[in-house]
Design a protein around this ligand. Structure first.
Ligand code: ZN
Length: 483
């Protein structure tokens, strides 16, 4: 038994269906025929790639894995972490810092030691693991950076250290556990899928792995630029790379006879029409700027992550006084649909129209994943209802479970903002995706991604989430997910 886990970034279920029906995704069509197509696989909140990719790799949400957002404030080091919202945002924090955080610190320090990755679980079971350029790569095997990497010019000292990864690790042109002849073009958007496909084909052709994480990020870039309705073309391109890998077995049918294949999106995409004037709304506060140094005078840190944002209160003793003011300002901000924070051991969700819902684990209301909640206040905040003890939140899938994971994550901010449909928070570089697609919110439009698999017998379940993917994959090898 061998397994390929293809992660297609931002793949929208309706677009997968359209691509399959119009003959543009022949491999995914075969997977649907032989296996299962889940059209409502729930992302994490914030529904952005660092959080969601890590959930796929660790089988857990951020309350366990601790990667809270695309941009966040690292309390231990008193500075922002920016994984790569845009090139302009990266420049404001320093390209060297951004790349070091993305490539080294995220896996080496931010990712919780107590959250095993799928690579570590399979490495420990003696299976041969492999991965192409994917945010979460931590495994049991040491890799030294390639001598020739162009990035060593950007951050000379950082890119000389080894990392722990899967047995076979290919990460842009920085790590390559062997010479495959495949060129990465420095992880250039639009050209990353072809590198993954080339490497994957080589690994399977030479029988070098039992498990391959094939990362296909170009669909996300395409959808940000041209909008979610344009995804048929980029899903077709992703399908061609999976096909290229499958052809290592001769043809796709032979491949699917011998391999389990899982294709999953980390989150979905929604159309963006307007930006939220996030930074301007907090003009009256001392906001920590992107360049380090002025920490002592700062009151708050602002952390936009596409269709979500966080605010960190930098003076712990000032939290009680600042929080109500921050909540009021946030709710008054055009395009904000929800504000979320923790108070007296409970989660508080406030809606733009004034309603308030308080919740905590362990009550009478049951969600679709079997979670039990005490719920008090205005259910219309989530357009929710309770029927026969069942909490139903169609517009905001698995809302309480996702919100609680965000609040319980020790690296999260004091306040979360979730954007209304059509809106986005610009990043620290001032970049938004108006006219294109984006994601990050609690809303179903960016939260429900596609999941397809064949060659695995899955337990029946009422609701699928991206944190179910790692256990699904290890079950194919007869291995129970730890914990
Ligand atoms: Zn994205």
């Amino acid at each position: 038994m061998k397994l390929v886990l293809a992660v297609v970034d931002g793949m929208k279920p309706a677009m997968v269906r359209r691509a399959v029906e119009t003959g543009h995704a022949p491999v995914m069509a075969k997977v649907m025929e032989r296996g299962m197509f889940v059209e409502d696989c729930v992302a994490a909140f914030p529904s952005v790639t660092p959080v969601c990719a890590t959930s796929i790799a660790t089988g857990a949400r951020q309350d366990v894995h601790r990667i809270p957002a695309m941009n966040w404030f690292w309390r231990d080091e008193r500075r922002y972490v920016e994984y790569g919202s845009s090139m302009r945002a990266a420049r404001r924090f320093g390209i060297g810092q951004q790349l070091t955080d993305l490539i080294y610190t995220m896996n080496g320090q931010h990712l919780a030691a107590g959250a095993p990755t799928i690579f570590e679980v399979l490495d420990d079971a003696g299976l041969r693991t492999a991965g192409t350029t994917y945010l979460t790569y931590r495994g049991r095997h040491e890799h030294w950076p390639s001598k020739a990497t162009a990035l060593s010019r950007v951050a000379a000292t950082a890119f000389k250290r080894p990392v722990m990864g899967p047995a076979e690790l290919f990460y842009a042109d920085i790590f390559a556990s062997r010479d495959t002849g495949c060129r990465s073009v420095l992880g250039k958007p639009g050209l990353r899928d072809q590198h993954a496909g080339c490497v994957g084909r080589y690994l399977l052709e030479h029988d070098l792995c039992d498990f391959l994480l094939l990362s296909l990020p170009d669909n996300d870039t395409h959808s940000h630029r041209f909008g979610p309705d344009s995804q048929v073309a980029s899903i077709a391109a992703a399908d061609r790379q999976i096909e290229r890998v499958a052809q290592a077995s001769g043809d796709v049918d032979a491949f699917l006879d011998e391999h389990a294949l899982v294709v999953v999106a980390d989150h979905s995409h929604a159309l963006i029409e307007r930006r939220i004037e996030f930074e301007a709304a907090f003009r009256d506060f001392h906001v920590l700027g992107p360049s380090a140094g002025a920490f002592d005078e700062a009151e708050i840190a602002l952390c936009p992550s596409a269709r979500s944002a966080q605010i960190y209160v930098l003076v712990p003793e000032g939290r009680d006084a600042l929080l109500p003011r921050l909540v009021t300002e946030s709710l008054a901000l055009e395009g904000v649909q929800h504000v979320l924070y923790r108070q007296d051991g409970e989660g508080v969700l406030r809606g733009a129209d004034g309603g308030e819902l308080r919740f905590a684990p362990g009550g009478e209301a049951r969600d679709d994943r079997g979670g039990q909640w005490s719920v008090e206040g205005d259910l219309t905040v989530l357009d929710a209802r309770v029927e026969d003890g069942r909490l139903i939140t169609p517009d905001h899938p698995d809302a309480l479970g996702r919100c609680w994971a965000a609040l319980a994550c020790p690296t999260s901010g004091d306040l979360f903002l979730s954007a209304a449909p059509g809106f986005e928070f610009p990043d620290w570089g001032g970049v938004d995706h108006v006219g294109g697609g984006s994601h990050g919110s609690l809303h179903h439009s960016d939260s429900l991604g596609a999941l397809l698999f064949s060659g695995i017998t899955a337990p029946p379940r009422q609701a699928w989430g991206i944190q179910d993917v790692a256990p699904l994959c290890t079950s194919a090898f007869g291995i129970d997910w730890p914990g």
